[in-house]
Design a protein around this ligand. Structure first.
Ligand code: OKV
Ligand code: MN
Length: 240
């Protein structure tokens, strides 16, 4: 029995192949799992749980099938779907976890997070993040009619494409000191995150202790997951 961790599917109506790949993953792999963790950017954008599209219902139906079968499903917000709320979580049968969560899995201390909070060199993004995570600003946004929220979100996405095209590769990656700080703070053996779309397993030496940072891949042309069991922790890729 294994625990599966995924992130960065960026599900949207524009990419039906990824949705199909996710459905396949649920029915062929996750169905045999101990539990499933989704570390954010599950959807490419999210403007409120009341935006009930066919895609949102198809996905919640698949997760509900899993959780009804007794496979618990957990979710951590990403930078794109940070507005997923209690209503949609309940619809999926999944539990929303705080942005940094320490798990004890098969004897290992594993810190899971989306990964955007480690990218502290991207000052423009961190300032933007602080704003859209402010509770009263979220409340105000969610009180607007859906068609207005759609228009605002579209504009913000257009502006952000331009802004990120001006950033260097290193600014968009994690800050090494932030990684050490988080691993130390939680006394973790492993950290697993997504967000950067640079799948890998990095060794991190902290006070003579060898720790690991696992990075998930985005689901562009193939799926990516960490599989954790008694044997260890493995990064896998699979075709849709
Ligand atoms: C998600 C990102 C758009 C990055 C807006 C308050 C405010 C929430 C929102 C609107 C946009 C999420 C929810 C989206 C991620 C972007 C552009 C860049 C870098 C407000 C609370 F400010 F308008 F009041 N939003 N959407 N970006 O389209 O899903 O992550 S989104
Ligand atoms: Mn992200």
């Amino acid at each position: 029995m294994s625990t599966y961790i995924i992130a960065d599917l960026h599900l949207s109506e524009d990419e039906p192949a990824i949705t199909a790949g996710f459905m396949h993953f649920i029915h062929q792999q996750a169905i045999h799992a101990d539990s499933l963790y989704i570390l954010g950017d599950f959807f490419n954008y999210w403007i409120g749980d009341d935006d009930q599209t066919e895609l949102h219902q198809q996905v919640s139906g698949a997760l509900k099938m899993l959780t009804d079968k007794g496979i618990p499903c957990y979710f951590i917000h990403g930078n794109r779907d940070f507005l997923i709320g209690k209503r949609y979580a309940k619809q999926c049968g999944m539990t929303i976890l705080v942005q940094e969560t320490l798990l004890e899995l098969y004897g290992k201390r594993v810190l899971i997070l989306h990964g955007d909070t480690l990218c502290i060199d991207d000052i423009a993004y961190q300032n933007y993040r602080k704003k859209v995570h402010t509770p009263w600003i979220q409340c105000l946004f969610l009180s607007l009619p859906l068609f207005i929220r759609r228009r605002i979100a579209q504009k913000m996405r257009k502006n952000s494409q331009y802004a990120s095209s001006m950033k260097t590769e290193s600014i968009m990656d994690v800050n090494p000191q932030a990684v050490v700080n988080a691993l130390t703070h939680y006394q973790a053996d492993w950290m697993i995150h997504g967000h950067t779309h640079r799948p890998a397993i990095h060794e991190v030496l902290i006070n003579n202790k060898l720790c690991y940072r696992g990075v998930l891949g985005a689901w562009h042309h193939e799926g990516s997951a960490f599989v954790i069991n008694e044997q260890g922790i493995e990064l896998i890729f699979f075709p849709f």
